[in-house]
Design a protein around this ligand. Structure first.
Ligand SMILES: [Zn+2]
Ligand SMILES: [Zn+2]
Length: 344
């Protein structure tokens, strides 16, 4: 069957809307866009709203997405490429020039349209909650040991957990950090994640954990609770020097249930259930561990320089390992101990 273009009458193999390719490109609009586009942006954090949901996005990318959603292009267009030029026309108004490139049945085509972009500023949910000091949960960190830096360490860990959740796109933030007697209170915007974070902290540091929900009201017919998670950190932590009254130990690592300690006399490693940790007392923290310069060493012995008085100390190696330039030592009232090499 022969096909003829309705515009120019030319015989053709392919009809697009009844026309040959040349007439189609000449006559038809290759792209259409509404006269005005809208974009809502949070002036505080720059989040962009799409269909009622706030998303973190670069302004440029947000504009591109809005344009691509609003634009209508010829169904015959292939290898579509869109370029957007924005010219600021007012406080919230932009002129938007859109360049389209592509091809139709192998023929390169391009088109150019203009529209307006109206940017509306509205504070997003997260920012308004932050401003209103909104919180759903409190994580209370307590310890028997009054040491500033321990809380700082756990707090940094907690912040790292939150950053991870934020990177996953979860909407969680710290509303407030309060120093209180015996510890710190961390106010969090999301109860569900606060619960997970409390678990994360607890499984890393051990100790006691308790959750106490408090009914604060109703929302959409559901009871709304504010939950306080109390974490009582154990008196010991990684890097501590412990004593059972007889020997000295180095606390190498720990998890939610078990503690790994090293006997400093013989470097034997022991794994201890949390509940048996009450048999140990903390004699010092990691600050007790000193880096000492190695003077000489044999298979069984090592001579190091005491960093406090530069005297040479001779110590027995519990195991025949080779030390590098330095060795870690601990001075206790019961003598000086050599710590295993970092690898052990
Ligand atoms: Zn034609
Ligand atoms: Zn915001």
């Amino acid at each position: 069957m022969k096909l003829f273009c309705v515009e120019c009458g030319k015989e053709t193999d392919d009809l697009l809307n009844g026309m040959c390719i040349d007439c189609y490109i000449k006559r038809e609009e290759l792209m259409k866009i509404p006269g005005r586009l809208h974009l809502t942006i949070c002036p505080t954090c720059g989040s962009v709203r799409y269909k009622g949901e706030w998303k973190k996005k670069e302004f440029k990318d947000a504009v591109k997405e809005v344009v691509e959603k609003a634009i209508m292009v010829s169904p015959y267009l292939e290898n579509k490429e869109i370029e957007i030029d924005l010219i600021r026309k007012g406080k919230t108004l932009y002129e938007c020039k859109i360049l389209l490139n592509g091809n139709i049945k192998g023929k390169p085509v391009n088109s150019e349209v203009y529209t307006e972009l109206l940017v509306e500023k509205k504070t997003c949910l997260t920012c308004s909650r932050k401003a209103g000091k909104y919180f759903e949960a409190i994580i209370q960190l307590r310890t028997e040991r009054e040491e500033e830096h321990r809380f700082q360490e756990v707090l940094e860990e907690l912040k790292a957990f939150i950053r991870e959740y934020q990177l996953e796109g979860r909407d969680v933030f710290i509303t407030n950090i309060k120093e209180v007697k015996g510890g710190i209170d961390v106010y969090l915007s999301d109860n569900h994640l606060a619960k997970k974070i409390a678990q994360d902290i607890h499984s890393r540091y051990g100790g006691e954990k308790k959750a106490s929900p408090k009914l604060v009201g109703l929302k959409d017919g559901k009871r709304v609770y504010r939950v306080t998670y109390l974490i009582r950190l154990p008196s010991y932590t990684t890097g501590d020097i412990l004593s059972d009254g007889k020997d000295f130990y180095y606390l190498k690592s720990m998890d939610g249930k078990k503690v790994h300690i090293v006997n400093l006399m013989n470097w034997l490693e022991l794994t201890c259930e949390r509940k048996f940790m009450k048999n140990f007392s903390v004699v010092g923290s990691r600050e007790m561990i000193k880096e000492a310069i190695v003077v000489s060493q044999s298979k069984e012995e090592i001579q190091v320089m005491d960093p406090d008085n530069y005297k040479t100390i001779e110590l027995k190696k519990p195991r025949s390992v080779h030390f590098g330039r330095t060795a870690r030592i601990v001075k206790t009232e019961n003598g000086i101990f050599l710590l295993p090499t970092q690898k052990l």
